[in-house]
Write a protein that binds this ligand. Sequence first.
Ligand code: ADP
Ligand code: TRP
Length: 315
Amino acid sequence: MQKILLSGVKPTGRSHIGNYFGAMKQWLTLQDEHQCFLFIADYHSLNFIQNREEMNQNILDLALDYLAIGLDPEKVTIFKQSDVSEHTELAWIFDTITTMPYLKRAHAFKDAEAKEKEISVGTFNYPMLMASDILLYSPHVVPVGQDQKQHVEITRDTAEKFNHIFGKEVFNMPEPMILGEVAVVPGIDGQKMSKSYGNTIPLFATDEEIKKQVMAIVTDSSSEIPKNVYAIHALIKPKEELDALYEANKGKYKALKDALTEDLIAFITPMRERRKAFENDIEKVKEILKKGGEKAKIVAAKKMEEVREAIGVSL
Ligand code: ADP
Ligand code: TRP
């Protein structure tokens, strides 16, 4: 039997090369040997995006990204979290078996608290919705970037706790899958590349945008090899070629940045063309999401039946 893979991304803005190399790229290589559920975590992004047009646009953009990178909707189930109401239903059940002190240890909550932000109940509960996203589909693997590792651990704890309390192996233990060498892609300022830090190179940037962002990459003049430029370049160029290039251009930041710009453009162009084709057929994209939602719902509803049975609400 094929192993099951599940992952998702929040539609909170344009995807960037950190999202691609940290998460999406792994889906591509795995889509042939796994049964894949890849979803758009729109209810998660409601914590950040509370505007109808923006939400709509972000969802479609992310669906286009999924298709443009080469996911095959015939093989992979692509869907919107909000189309499968079992996600939020199960999150409630998990809320009731999880303590506040436990959730207070989650990084996302601690970060928000450290910044003295006003934290919504949805942000606090975020890991419970994520645990539901995952556990409804009994996946074997959950490919995510390093920053999501704790969320997958919380998911495992929650599965174990549920099984223990209700005395039934309803949920399996999913494994996070993190690609070691590209675990964290640096942004143009050297911090983790993230939509929320404004330091990204968008995956579907125009040539001009790529050029501008690459030129803005922070370089540390104490070294002959610009570390942040090299780290991004290493994602798309084989190590031998890369090292030869950086050796031959020691200290020549401009030349190295030009080379990176050129390589990024060459890498992005084919995906950009595929995206354009889908952009011209948005109805098809919506249809893919709808069909994906129907397929996912069948699996999720079946698991929810088991859950209801285990907790004693089905008579
Ligand atoms: P962002 O930080 O830009 O908001 P998300 O939280 O939406 O990104 O992350 C979507 C996926 O991409 C997650 O699996 C996450 O781990 C991965 N990811 C995000 N940024 C990076 C990065 N800089 N390096 C590696 N993976 C990343
Ligand atoms: N929390 C993830 C992120 O910020 C997105 C996400 C939601 C997810 N549910 C998931 C990822 C389930 C993997 C599996 O990137």
